[in-house]
Structures are given as C-alpha cells and as structure tokens.
Design a binder for this molecule. Structure first.
Ligand SMILES: [Zn+2]
Length: 334
C-alpha cells in the first residue's frame, strides 16, 4: 500500500528566519497524473485542511496510479496569525492585502515579501511538478459553498464531478508574466484546476469537510488515480456565470423591505426552497410588527442571512439588524 511521505517546503523570510511548510507526497509507483490538493492559502479558511488529512488516509489505502501532493497549511504563517493574510490586523478587509494575498502571488518571488517567498518555496518544492490542482478555500457563511471553475476544458470537467451544488463559471484571466492565482497558473498552462469555497471561514464543520473530501476523491477517480464510481450529488448542479445577464435573470435577490431584526427560518445556504416558502421574518424596529420574508421562486439558496460588506472579517457586518435594502437572501433558479 502506498505510504505518505512527509516533506517540507522551506521559505527564507525577509528577517533571515525560515518557515517550513509541511506537505505529504503519496506515490502509487505507477504512471499517472500528479494531483495537488492545497488548502489555507488564506489563514482563516481552514475547512479544507481536515479534508486533506482525510484524503491522505484514503490515498494511502486506494491510490492506484499517479501521485498526490497534499498541502494542508499552504499559508502557515497566516494560519498562525489566525487571519487571511499575515499583514492584516483586527477587522481589516481582505483587500487591504498590500501584496500579501497569497492567491495573487503565484508562482511566488524568491526575494519578494514574506508571502511571495512562501509561494515561491511551495512552487519550487511542490506545485511546479503537478499536473492537476484542487485549491480549497472558504468564504463567509452567507454565500453557499461553491466550485469556481472555467467553463471550458479540464477545469469544466473537474467542476462537473466535484459534487458541489453551486458552480460559478469564471472567465479565463489573461496570460501575463505577472503574479496570478494558483488556479490560473494551472489552467493557463493546460493543466486543470478548480477552486472550492467551503463555507464558512473560521470554523471546521463535518458537512463541509466531507464535501471537500468527496470532491478530492471524485477528482482522483476522474483521473484514474483511485478506482470506483464518482459519487455525484443528489439533484442537479446549479451553474451560472459571474455577473452575467443569464445569472441575473435566474437570481432572485431579497432585500430588507424595512429596517429591523432579521430572524432566519432555520435554513442554510445551498438548501432547496420553494416559491412562497418562509425564509424568515423581520421584527420591525419602529412598530415591532412582523414582516414575513418568503421565497419568490423555486431554487437553491445562493445567499442567506443578513449581511454587509466585510462580513468575512468583522462581526458587525454579520449582525442580523437589517437596514432597509440590506441583503437577506438570494435564490438561484435552475
Ligand atoms: Zn480564500
């Protein structure tokens, strides 16, 4: 049976110290693809770390072709910092990255900032030799777990076996010499990659860990690295393009018709809802009257809950007190 070997990608940081990023390599001893599964490029997005640990055990039992390379803590300094990027302080938005958003730094820079140095070390030691990539992230609890992929080629094929309800097709980013996302690094060079956002950040939930594991296992089956049937999800994939007119026509956004406290009706993102189904209610803050919020269509909950910008880094934007016009839900029709 193939055994996982622990190795480290060693980055030399600007202060002269080293950071050692642990990773596993599992070889089957037979020809095939080299599949990279990487998590926690953003230090607060940690669900995929456990998916990878479980995938390692699966591969030790079942890998029959090719090689897997597993990086559970890609941005280890940011995991230790307990924030998405190492430069961020309290409640600072992802956009304040100042060059430290790891997923904008590939293939890294040998003498760059500390994040670019970590990417560089990982790229040299692990990433460069891989032919396929599954990049695990997390976004806020208010947006459904989703696969982000390109609508053509290998990336599309991968998305359609990942077993995640929502697929958001994203346009190709142009081939440039500059730094890019790890997915673009693969897809622009004819190697396939998808990203999965396992919602939410900051926590590790059994349901999401299982989804991440199933996606990795299905990809390994797609590439002939593990034997057996691909485990598809029950029901259809809900696919749409980012900001496309087609998406707009199928997406029903619900905003608060008045101010007050939004009380969710016990649903979760990705749940199926029917037209007229209660999604929750608002307790008005002027009259204390109840205003029911119901689904305008049959579909799946793409967004759910009262939130505002930066709800992924701060608590007040997650507060259920809605101002008139705040987002409460988005239902995506098939
Ligand atoms: Zn991320």
């Amino acid at each position: 049976m193939p055994e996982a070997k622990l190795d480290h990608a060693v980055a030399k940081l600007t202060d002269g110290s080293e950071v050692r990023i642990p990773w596993w390599r599992i070889g089957s001893g037979r020809a095939g693809e080299t599949l990279l599964v990487i998590a926690a490029q953003h230090g607060n997005e940690v669900q995929g770390c456990e998916s990878i640990r479980r995938f390692k055990e699966l591969c030790e039992r079942e890998l029959v072709a090719g090689e897997v390379r597993l990086v559970p803590f890609a941005n280890l300094p940011a995991v230790r910092h307990r924030r998405s990027h190492i430069n961020l302080g309290s409640e600072q938005a992802y956009g304040d990255d100042e060059g430290h958003n790891m997923n904008r730094t590939w293939p890294g820079v040998a003498d760059g900032n500390d994040t670019e140095r970590v990417s560089y070390a990982l790229h040299e030691a692990v990433v460069e030799g891989c032919t396929r990539c599954l990049d695990l992230h997390s976004w806020s609890r208010f947006t459904a777990t989703a696969t982000l992929a390109r609508e053509e080629g290998l990336s599309r094929e991968m998305a359609l076996v990942a077993g995640i309800r929502f697929i958001q097709w994203r346009p190709a980013t142009p081939n440039t010499t500059g730094a890019t996302m790890i997915g673009a690094l693969f897809n622009n060079s004819g190697r396939g990659s998808i990203t999965i956002e396992l919602a939410p950040q900051w926590v590790i939930r059994e349901k999401e860990v299982t989804l991440g594991l199933r996606a990795a296992s299905n990809l390994a089956k797609l590439f002939g690295m593990i034997e057996g049937e691909i485990e598809q999800l029950d029901g259809p994939y809900v696919q749409f393009g980012r900001d496309s007119a087609e998406e707009a026509a199928r997406k029903h956004e619900l905003t608060a018709p008045c101010s007050g406290l939004f009380v969710e009706a016990g649903l979760e993102t990705s749940d199926h809802v029917s037209e007229g189904q209660r999604l929750g209610h608002i307790i008005r803050d002027d009259t204390l009257e109840i205003v029911e919020i119901v689904s305008p269509a049959d579909g799946w909950l793409w967004q759910y809950g009262c939130f505002r910008a930066d709800c992924d880094v701060a608590l007040p934007p997650q507060h259920p007190y809605a101002a008139e016009g705040d987002t409460l839900a988005a239902v995506m029709e098939l």
